[in-house]
Design a protein. Structure first.
Length: 586
């Protein structure tokens, strides 16, 4: 999107004639992306917009693809059915390549792509770290000696830009910014640095940031969870429209497609807290806590608009553990819809004038074994040979490289690795302990090996990605390189980026008791396309099938409540929700 202030800067520097010859919407957009400070400029103080809602409820359904939405929308009768009466954008895009939870959530309320949020993945590699584990979790404080990627000291330090709640607090200090989820990274990315209350689920209870005491809402919810875990719960009923999904599929050593979420199932080897997590009951607990905070904090009843962010994680856990097309996901969709309906009823009863936006951090793809039964013969599991450490050992042997290098992860490989990755695709990092000449040779050989692999669609070097202008235009038309550019951070991204072919799932054959049999994170639209739904009582509903982006959510909500931010603070654009003579975006 061209922003006048960026264009004026370029005209002042280069002259209008040269700018005209350069043409380049992308040049203007790149200047916008690079010139806007994160939070340095003062937001003008202003009153809320006339008739603005007093509460924004921002809901993220983790791993809620546009495909899943389209598949089940005719069956919704609860909360999702209500939202279908509002403004419906069925083709929203998490436009970037790194379609994971942390990057996706980082776009929802910041209005910018991961290239600007700095959140390039759930985890990345930092070979300069002094600790043995070189992985960095997106919301950890790795400078704290007690923090590890698996047990992080949760921090928002890696997020480089403000969220909508932070902008609101800057303009209206009385505004409250609250976030709830099963996942710490969803809370941190939607709430941001200045958050009044943030809670997530660890083990078998909700917790918060270090040093913060838990209010009665949280301790009461934890007691309810404890009682439920102690009592157990029977199998969930199968809705009539889910009966046809009740078919067993074998994924490695794991059988899926017939699960009904028995809590306390002795055949389930997971801890009770995780049995709850990997079920629709996780969303129910999250929404219960959000509704309790709504009442106790009197959200939406102050002098300034409040922001309540709710990220519902069960959809993602179910998708990973059972796939997206089985009985488990069908039950999850029915339960999600009903629990959202109950939550909206509590919001209605509060008497608060609220507006809702619902979207997702990314989509997802089904397990390849079931995909092959459903007309996708090319679906397959990624090969372990694509792991960076294995590739590094092979390349070191071929090039005659020896010596001691920083290990990617703690373990028996004390000699270390010359290449690290966090999986079978995406970023690959080359050891900085190598000379510049050796690094160039390793990079060239790595690119050659990846391009030669039958499961790899494309490979880009760091230099190739960095040279691409910041992408603009319809995200469905972006090249693979442009998608990678939208996820690229020069300080955190790897030296080489690899893209797997469509329907290649970067999860090797599952072993018994595996909780991840399929995943997301690709550049393909089944991971990038998500629904975007806006609703407010009395609004005129409409459906717009043209592509929009999740970075459009923040500027749209800002306009709705009269929030003023510096020009260029958002990558996205305001979407007019009025569908009539009024204009949300004026």
């Amino acid at each position: 999107m061209i922003r006048s202030f960026c264009k004026e800067r370029l005209v002042a520097r280069f002259g209008s004639a040269l700018l005209s010859r350069l043409g380049a919407l992308s040049l203007v957009a790149l200047a916008c992306a690079q010139a806007v400070p994160a939070f340095a400029e003062e937001a003008p103080v202003a009153a809320p917009a006339p008739k603005a809602p007093s509460l924004i409820v921002a809901i993220s359904i983790d791993q809620f693809s546009a495909d899943l939405f389209a598949e089940y929308r005719n069956h919704y009768t609860g909360g999702l059915a209500r939202l279908l009466k509002g403004a419906v954008f069925p083709a929203g895009f998490q436009s970037h390549a790194a379609t994971e939870t942390c990057p996706g959530h980082s776009t929802l309320l910041t209005g910018v792509h991961p290239a600007r949020t700095g959140i390039i993945a759930n985890t990345w590699i930092d070979l300069s770290l002094k600790r043995a584990d070189k992985k960095v979790y997106c919301v950890e404080d790795e400078s704290n000696p007690d923090s590890t990627p698996n047990k992080p000291v949760v921090s928002t330090a890696h997020l480089k830009v403000p969220t909508l709640g932070e902008w609101a607090k800057k303009q209206w200090p009385a505004s409250r910014n609250v976030a709830v989820s099963a996942k710490d990274r969803a809370v941190a990315m939607m709430g941001g640095h200045q958050i009044d209350a943030g809670f997530w689920y660890v083990g078998d209870a909700f917790t918060s940031f270090a040093g913060r005491s838990l209010p009665a809402d949280v301790t009461d919810e934890n007691k309810r969870i404890r009682a439920l875990l102690d009592k157990g719960a029977p199998a969930m009923a199968i809705p009539s429209w889910c009966v046809a999904r009740n078919q067993a599929v074998q994924a490695g050593a794991v059988t899926v497609g017939t699960g009904r979420f028995v809590l306390g199932d002795k055949e389930d080897k997971r801890k009770l807290g995780d049995q709850l997590r990997y079920s629709p009951r996780m969303d129910a607990a999250t929404l219960e806590l959000a509704a309790s905070l709504l009442t106790s904090m009197k959200l939406g009843k102050g002098q300034a608009p409040d922001i309540l962010s709710v990220s519902l994680s069960a959809n993602d856990y179910v998708g990973h553990a059972y796939g997206t097309e089985g009985l488990e996901m069908c039950i999850q969709q029915q339960q999600l819809d009903q629990k959202l309906g109950e939550f909206f009823a509590k919001l209605d009863a509060s008497g608060v004038d609220y507006a809702v936006v619902l979207s997702a951090d990314h989509g997802g793809v089904d397990t390849p074994e079931r995909l092959r039964l459903q007309g996708v013969p090319e679906a397959a599991r990624g090969e372990a040979a694509l792991n960076g450490e294995g590739l590094g050992r092979a390349i070191a042997a071929e090039l005659g490289i020896s010596g001691s290098f920083a290990a990617c992860n703690p373990g028996p490989d004390v000699a270390g690795n010359i290449i690290c990755s966090d999986g079978l695709s995406g970023d690959y990092w080359i050891s900085p302990d190598l000379s510049a000449e050796a690094r160039a040779k390793v990079a060239a050989r790595l690119v050659e090996k990846l391009k030669a692999h039958v499961q790899v669609e494309a490979v880009f070097t760091k230099a190739e990605i960095a040279a691409v202008p910041y992408p603009v235009g319809h995200p469905q038309d972006w090249t693979l390189l442009q998608r990678a550019r939208a996820s690229f951070d020069p300080q955190r991204s790897g030296d080489v980026y690899s893209v797997l072919k469509r329907a290649i799932v970067p999860v090797t054959t599952p072993r018994a008791n595996a909780t991840t049999i399929t995943t997301h994170g690709s550049v393909w639209d089944y991971d990038r396309r998500v629904p975007m739904l806006f609703w407010r009582k009395g609004m005129t509903g409409f459906e717009q099938p043209q592509p929009v982006e999740t970075v459009d959510i923040a500027p749209t909500l800002a306009a709705l409540i009269g929030l003023k931010v510096p020009q260029g603070a958002f990558d996205g654009r305001c979407l007019d929700l009025d569908a009539g003579p009024a204009d949300t975006c004026r």
